[in-house]
Each structure stands twice: as C-alpha cells, then as structure tokens.
Ligand binder design. Structure first.
Ligand code: SAM
Length: 280
C-alpha cells in the first residue's frame, strides 16, 4: 500500500491537513503521511477518511487531550528510531489542538522536529474577513460561561490588533453579544464553512451580527474576526484646557503649548493663543 513512499528519517513531523476541502492536502503533507512509520492522530476515523482519499493506509495511534499525558513518553521514546507524524482532525496541529508538549518534549529529548505547514482556519478566516491583518491576536475558543467569557474579552479590549476567535454555531450569537458588550462598536466578520461548499463571510458590526444570528444559529464551523479598536476620539476643548492649565503651573505659555500639542495631537499655535488667555 505504501511501498513506493520514500523512508523518512526519524523524528516528529507536524502535518497540517485540510479544514474541509481535501484538495488542500499539500503534496509534501501527503508524502510525509505516506512515509511516516506511525501517525499520532486525534481521531483515527477522521484521519482514516483522509488516508482513503489519497489511497493509503498507515498505522495510527490516538493522541488527544484525554490520553496525551499517558502516551507521550512512549511516543518520545519511539522518535529515536521512527518517523511519527502528528495529525489533528483538521487544520494545523497545535492550533486549538493538542501537540505543543509533544513538540517541546521531542526537542528536549534531542529528536528532530519538522513542520509541514498548510491549512489553518484562523489564517484562512483572516484572508476572507477584509479586516486589517498587520497585527492579529488569536484567542482560540473563549470560555463558554458568561462571566469568564466577559473577563476574557475585557482582558483584550484595549489590544490594538484584529481578534480571531473560534466558536460553535449554537454559541455564536451569545459570543457576538458578549463581544459587542465588551468591545463596543467594532466591525467584524463571521466566516463559516471555509473551503467547503457553503463557505461564507458575513460582515457587519458586532451588534448587528449578534442580532442577525440571535434566532437562527448557523450550522457548520465558524471563525469570528473582529477589527481592532478605532482611533481614540480627538481631545476635546475641555481636555486641552485641563492639560494647558496643569502645564502652565510648570512651564511658560510657549512650552506648555508645545508639550500639550505633542501629547494630545492638537495644533500648537492654537494652544499657545489659548495658553495666553488662560494665563490672564
Ligand atoms: N487546528 C485547527 C486549525 O488549524 O484551524 C482548529 C481546530 S479547532 C479544535 C476547531 C475549530 O476551528 C472549529 O470549531 C472552528 O471554529 C474552526 N474551524 C475548523 N475548520 C473550519 C472551517 N472549515 N471553517 C470555519 N472554521 C473552521
């Protein structure tokens, strides 16, 4: 079944697999799956489906959240002589999926660790959302309970980056409402079923999206992408007066105007004129 596959050198191979469209399995990922001595998989039924698609059968062993502690030492020992491919049910292992301790321990034991990058729902969602991608923060799944979820949102409210979250259909509206409560007015996108037949990206503000999904939880797999906070509101005349009044207790009118102009991003000449008035 696997006779033609070139033998891989021993070590851990992190293999990304499709998130829906099996055509997204890269030739290199297929070659590594074919050449590995063992596949460490989340769910052997899921990976068997992928292997069937490429016409191969490989030995598999389960590696998931419930058995990882127990089976990891055995896998690490086998890496000395065997090529083991870590595969999750879909997408990139370690991204909201098990694996980082396996990578850490494999490297600590002196074994080679190689990655075969490929599909990842978070990155695919960013490419669909039409929101800034220069800085983004991946939050995985937020806690399901309202209090813990609100706390997690509050923690990132001031972060000047696009936020990327995984969520399920039944919890989508609640999560969007909590995001709207905690983050205020923000553009966002709900991306769904990426690479599959019903792939879509629905955009709007957090509150309009929350309302849209309130009564009709969508089916399928979902990534929420939220725009970064907007620029802060420009300083008001009262802010400028307060800052100038304080600065005038330490500085001349010209220097006070210069300092406040820099700090609040306002016009220095206008502030100088105002400083002279305030001084009188
Ligand atoms: N490791 C995976 C990756 O690289 O994206 C993510 C695994 S995480 C357990 C599964 C979550 O990823 C889903 O609940 C969903 O939020 C998101 N996801 C996976 N496939 C997706 C798809 N085709 N479209 C939208 N979201 C997807």
């Amino acid at each position: 079944m696997n006779a033609a596959a070139p033998k891989l050198s021993p070590g851990l191979y992190i293999v990304a697999t499709p998130i829906g469209n099996l055509g997204d399995l890269s030739p290199r990922a297929a070659a590594v799956l074919a050449g590995a001595d063992l596949l460490a998989v989340e769910d052997s039924r899921v990976t068997a489906g992928l292997l069937r698609h490429i016409g191969m059968k490989r030995p598999m062993t389960p590696y998931h959240d419930h058995n990882a502690e127990e089976v990891r030492p055995g896998l690490i020992a086998r890496l000395a002589t065997e090529a083991i491919a870590l595969v999750s049910d879909a997408g990139t292992p370690l991204i909201s999926d098990p694996g980082f301790k396996l990578v850490r321990d494999a490297r600590a034991a002196g074994h080679s660790v190689v990655t075969i990058p490929g599909p990842c729902a978070a990155v695919a969602a960013l490419t669909l959302a039409g929101l800034p991608t220069d800085r983004f923060l991946f939050l995985g799944f937020l806690p399901p309970k309202a209090g813990a979820r609100a706390a997690a949102i509050a923690e990132v409210a001031a972060v000047r980056a696009t936020l990327v979250l995984y969520e399920s259909g039944p919890r989508l509206a609640g999560c969007l409402a909590a995001l709207a409560d905690g983050l205020g007015y923000r553009e966002a996108a709900v991306t769904r079923e990426i690479t599959k037949r019903f792939e879509e990206a629905v955009t709007g503000t957090l509150s309009t999206l929350a309302a849209r999904y309130a009564d009709t939880p969508p089916r399928g797999e979902i990534v929420i992408v939220v725009a970064p906070p907007g620029d802060p509101a420009p300083a008001s005349a009262d802010d400028a007066d307060a800052a100038l009044t304080e600065a005038l207790t330490r500085l001349s009118a010209a220097r006070a105007a210069g300092e406040v102009a820099k700090r609040l991003g306002l016009d220095r000449r206008a502030l100088y004129a105002r400083a002279l008035t305030l001084k009188d």
